[in-house]
Write a protein that binds this ligand. Structure first.
Ligand code: AKG
Ligand code: FE2
Length: 402
């Protein structure tokens, strides 16, 4: 089979850096020679090439003629930074506007109403969280948030301290009657939006699989019939200039597989260039979602695809910022293989070498340990994340003596 793709992204990035160096060197040599008396200045340090976040059109994935280019660009993006924008994604502007409006209307409710669905009421980590009560990397975040997941029956057999903790995540969302009376479209809009985001995420994971040289339904099979997802709605209040706190949400990588993020036009989200460490504004682009890989993909690909480090800065524009990230992961009960190499599924010829290199970065000890076990528990991994973010839910519902 002919290779589907051309050279890997890191070498492109290196080439880009080299060419930026050459043009700087050329400029400096021109300016030196233009003045006879000039003392030769040391050549300026090459400016690191900024990686830019690409915008991809999902129509290019759906069209057979443009699909190879789409996959190549996706692969470049994920190898360079782990993030891209997706447009023409099939979720109409009215739907995203409705979702955003519903979230804004919810946050505008009186505090007493919002407290009726505090996250601490829910064993399933669903509900409202007051500002200043969430921590990212042990630093308090400056946002209010509201969390949802698949609407399911709880596992009746769940016993704290006896069952696997992650089995407690399965269950319904909170829908207080008075909230539904005040906001009749709240429940249908949120449930409908999650369903659409799930479908879009499945399609994007098909593209991720193909970009890795795997079968199109590789992740669909890995995720199982009931993928686990979380929809988080966040409000970042605008802060006065003099306010010390700079961070709306601390620097972190998302822990799972894929995040789709809808944001309003206020701005404040930044991604970090994994090579230079520079922060880049992930500016809002109308009618597009931001797509980010999480640590599970980074782990599965031996670091070949990045989980982007990102953060949200507080804004001083006078406008509150709203965002809706959707975290898409396999079913809680799924076991995730340590690497796609273990499955020996990669079919893209020139990709194999890049993957091989990424895998050999793992320490021998790590590899030795891994060959002894089949994989890692997705449920345990997700539970660890939600436990870390919402320790009060854990303390109330899970921290029981055996
Ligand atoms: O609100 C945002 O734009 C990003 C939030 C985020 O990164 C997160 O909740 O994981
Ligand atoms: Fe995040």
């Amino acid at each position: 089979m002919a290779p589907l793709y051309t050279a890997s992204a890191p070498s492109r990035r290196t080439r880009a850096r080299t060419s930026s160096f050459s043009s700087n060197a050329l400029l400096s040599s021109l300016s030196t020679t233009s003045s006879a008396t000039a003392i030769a200045a040391p050549a300026p340090k090459p400016a690191p090439t900024m990686v830019s976040i690409k915008t991809l059109s999902l129509l290019d994935f759906k069209n057979a003629a443009t699909r190879p280019r789409f996959l190549q660009e996706m692969r470049d993006s994920l190898m360079e930074i782990g993030t891209f924008y997706i447009r023409d994604h099939g979720i109409a502007g009215e739907i995203t506007d409705d979702a955003m409006k519903t979230v804004q209307d919810y946050f505008a409710l009186p505090l007493e109403e919002k407290k009726k669905m505090l996250i601490g009421n829910s064993r399933h980590f669903r509900g409202y969280k007051l500002i200043g009560e969430e921590f990212t990397n042990s630093q308090v975040d400056h946002r209010e948030q509201l969390q949802f997941g698949p609407e399911q029956q709880p596992l009746e057999s769940f016993q704290p301290g006896q069952s696997l903790n992650y089995e407690g995540l399965q269950g319904p969302n909170q829908w207080p009657r008075s909230t539904l009376e005040l906001l009749p479209s709240f429940q249908p809009v949120i449930l409908d939006f999650m369903q659409r985001l799930e479908q879009l995420s499945q399609t994007l994971m098909e593209a991720v699989a193909l970009s890795l040289g795997l079968d199109q339904d590789f992740f669909r099979t890995m995720f199982g019939p009931d993928p686990y997802y979380r929809l988080k709605c966040a409000k970042y209040p605008s802060v006065p200039h003099e306010k010390e706190a700079k961070i709306g949400c601390g620097a972190h990588k998302d822990t799972g597989f894929l995040t789709l993020l809808l944001q309003d036009m206020v701005g404040g989200l930044q991604g970090q260039d994994p090579v230079t460490g520079q922060w880049m504004d992930t500016r809002p682009i109308p009618e597009s979602f931001i797509v980010t890989m999480g640590e599970s993909v980074e782990r599965l690909t031996g670091g070949l695809y990045h989980a982007t480090v990102h953060r949200v800065l507080n804004n001083t524009s006078g406008y509150d910022r709203y965002s809706i990230p959707f975290f898409f992961d396999p079913a809680l009960s799924q076991t995730i293989p340590h690497s796609i190499q273990d499955l020996n599924q990669s079919k893209v010829l020139d990709f194999e070498e890049a993957l091989e290199n990424a895998m050999t970065k793992m320490t021998t000890d790590e590899k030795k340990g891994e060959t002894e076990v089949e994989g890692w528990s997705n449920g345990a991994h997700i539970f660890e994340t939600v436990h870390r973010c919402h320790p009060e839910v854990y303390a109330r519902w899970y921290d029981k003596e055996l």
